[in-house]
Design a protein around this ligand. Structure first.
Ligand code: WTA
Length: 655
């Protein structure tokens, strides 16, 4: 395992000086869903607590055992229980007389809007389920979804859930190559996509990327295409089907079968420390239980009156759990926004908050830092008076951003919840409970009821209060990943082998003097760039796949707005010349094509050598020193200590 990264040390130093506290407001506490006794109740009988939470859902058969951990670390939750995730999200609300409640206020980037009630969404999902069944999709088959942020994306996911076909949603910003890798890995036979998407006022192609990906996916038999932009697209007769010719014409009657609690619900790919993305498998009963519970407790959700907005993409786990499954399971009303925060102007989010009277907002620290850069005068033009709770996720929130968010968006009125979790955890595990836990800028505070988290040292022993180490989970939880798709060994190895018997999250953390938890960033080769998880190795493989590159090393350098930024060091092949700006540009574009624009390095430095240990391991720590223009650290373990002088002599040669 890599050592604690430098960024964490900086964060740690800052955090030691952070003493501001925001105790819960008595008015908020009086009406809060969560109470302080939830911690005690769950601690005295954790499994009974989760069984109680599972009763938030409708089960067609009751489970016989809450947790089967006999084959650890392969968990089974709610053993023998049966349910349907989609009917829990839709039909049961309609049956209870809430069919007219709005499920989504959709706001298109260009200002087009749609209001979709629970009854309408149920009909749409039944239609899509019928179409997928007509296309031969059966329970257990995988369906890839490559879509923009439009209601049909939710419909496609729930239609899959309804018929028991695990979906794999691939973020629409990923390239054709990335899509193809994921289709291959989970052997999807059907792809749902749209002609294109709107991005900053421009039209971008999605179907064209699917066409390119499918050149090498002979097993994909059907492509279901939503018309969103109306742009021209290529058409493969017999394979391609318009959504409006199929789904919109299908019957709204669909009988939903029930499935085992452990039936696969979806596979979500995420970056690990090797080049190959990991397919994180989530199953039905435990996942939905914990999405529902956390959405209710952490966001203090009042389904009748709140307007909830997760400003994230459905292509990431945050969108799965807190745009789709959590809110719908709870019968909530959500906003679904297609576009970017600055289209057509930098006040767009705040305009949306006022327009729909959003009461709960959930977003990423990188967005907050961007708003800080744009200036407080922009949100100040809007009322924001409907907000009563605001939250963040995706990366550590630095105290300055927390305070800015609290003051300029929450108007010092609303609780702020800094929520820690991962694609692997399925739902929030560490967070303040609003109305119960005080807020500390920069701290995710406490493991939620039912969760047993700890911070341990290198040997796996708990650190005392006031010390730093690694975040681990001591007990399984209902929405945990069940495995890595098709690779049980990698699952055990990645998460359960560093500290035997403990789940290791890959994050550095610290307990403060009160025993509260502060997250300090990744301690492995995973970067967090604007809340997107990317692996250094994945980008290095993309670089060396270019004919001009001999060797590459990638690091995450500190960046004021995006948290980390990608900086690559490359050694060119001799025939490629000495690396002028055109080559650098060509390489940046190459990475964007191989993985997606989010992976395009901020900077590429062409170097004559890379710093390596005698065993051949690249010392990224030293490259970080170069990228961040600070004194070079200890070079004594380098095979050739003059390498750093060579590299420094050639700086800067950037993009
Ligand atoms: C980081 C996103 C600090 C962390 C839901 C984790 C955080 C990775 C926080 C997972 C937070 C997420 N404070 N760090 N509140 N939330 N992270 O899988 O490094 O995209 O391991 O899931 O994001 O990213 P992922």
């Amino acid at each position: 395992m890599a050592t604690q990264p430098d960024a964490s040390e900086e964060t740690l130093a800052n955090l030691l000086h952070e003493h501001r506290r925001f105790p819960p407001d008595a008015g908020f506490t009086a009406q809060a869903n969560a109470t302080s006794s939830d911690y005690e109740a769950s601690a005295s009988d954790r499994l009974a607590f989760w069984a109680q939470q599972a009763r938030r859902l409708d089960w067609s058969h009751e489970w016989t055992q809450v947790l089967d951990w006999s084959n650890a670390p392969f968990a089974k939750w709610f053993v023998g229980g049966r349910l349907n995730a989609a009917t829990n999200c839709l039909d049961r609300h309609v049956a209870a007389g809430r069919g007219d409640r709005v499920a989504y206020y959709f706001e298109g980037e260009g200002g087009d809007t749609r209001t979709i009630t629970y009854a309408q969404l149920t009909d749409m999902v039944c239609q899509a389920a019928n179409t997928l069944t007509d296309l031969g999709v059966k329970a257990g088959d995988r369906v890839a979804i490559y879509m923009p942020m439009i209601p049909e994306t939710v419909v496609a996911m729930l239609a899959c859930a309804r018929i028991g076909a695990p979906h794999t949603v691939v973020f629409g910003g990923f390239s054709a190559d990335a899509l193809r890798t994921r289709i291959h890995d989970c052997d999807a036979r059907i792809v749902v996509t749209s002609d294109g998407a709107y991005r900053r006022g421009k039209v971008v192609g999605l179907k064209s990327a699917v066409d390119e990906a499918l050149l090498d996916c002979p097993d994909v038999r059907s492509v279901l295409v939503v018309r969103r932009t109306g742009q021209d697209i290529d058409w493969t007769p017999g394979r391609d089907i318009w959504w409006h010719d199929s789904v919109d014409q299908a019957s709204t009657e669909h009988h939903a079968e029930d499935f085992d609690a452990e039936h696969p619900l979806y596979v979500m790919y995420t970056s690990g420390t090797t080049g190959k993305p990991k397919g994180i498998l989530h199953t039905t009963g435990g996942y939905l239980t914990q999405c529902s519970y956390t959405h209710w407790a952490v966001f203090d959700l009042k389904a009748e009156s709140d307007i909830f907005w997760t400003a994230a993409d459905i292509g990431w786990v945050t969108g799965h759990s807190y745009i789709v499954y959590g809110p719908l399971a709870n019968g909530a009303t959500s906003v679904l926004y297609e576009g970017t925060p600055d289209t057509p102007h930098q006040g767009r989010w705040w305009e949306i908050v006022d327009k729909y009277k959003v009461s709960i907002l959930y977003c990423a620290p990188t967005a907050i830092r961007t708003f800080m850069k744009w200036g407080a005068q922009i949100p100040a033009k809007y009322s924001l008076g409907s907000l009563r709770l605001i939250g963040t996720v995706g990366e550590p929130i630095n105290p300055a951003a927390y305070i800015w968010y609290r003051e300029n968006i929450g108007h010092n009125r609303t609780p702020v919840v800094d929520t820690w979790w991962q694609t692997e955890t399925g739902s929030i595990l560490v967070s303040p409970l609003p109305g119960v836990t005080a807020g500390k800028p920069g701290a995710a505070m406490k493991a939620l009821p039912g969760i047993v988290a700890d911070v341990v040292d290198d040997a796996g022993s708990p650190v005392p209060d006031g010390a730093g180490g690694y975040l681990v989970l001591r007990e399984p939880w209902p929405s945990m990943l069940r495995t890595i798709w098709g690779d049980d060994d990698r699952y055990v190895d990645t998460y359960w082998s560093r500290f035997p018997g403990l789940y290791f999250a890959g994050d550095g953390a610290k307990k403060d003097e009160d025993g509260d938890i502060w997250l300090l960033g990744r301690v492995d080769d995973v970067m967090n760039v604007a809340g997107h998880r990317l692996s250094t190795t994945e980008i290095e493989s993309a670089l060396v796949s270019h004919a001009k590159v001999a060797e590459a090393a990638v690091i995450g350098a500190s960046d004021e707005t995006t948290g980390q930024a990608i900086v690559a060091f490359v050694i060119l092949r001799s025939e490629a010349g000495d690396g002028g700006p055109e080559v650098v540009q060509e390489l940046r574009d190459h990475v964007a094509k191989e993985i997606g624009k989010i992976a395009r390095p901020r900077q590429i430095m062409v170097v004559p050598e890379l710093p390596k240990t005698r065993s051949g391991k690249i010392m990224r720590r030293l490259l970080k020193d170069v990228a961040q223009d600070r004194p070079i650290g200890d070079v004594t373990t380098l095979a050739d200590s003059s390498v750093m002088d060579l590299i420094k002599a050639g700086m800067p040669s950037d993009a």
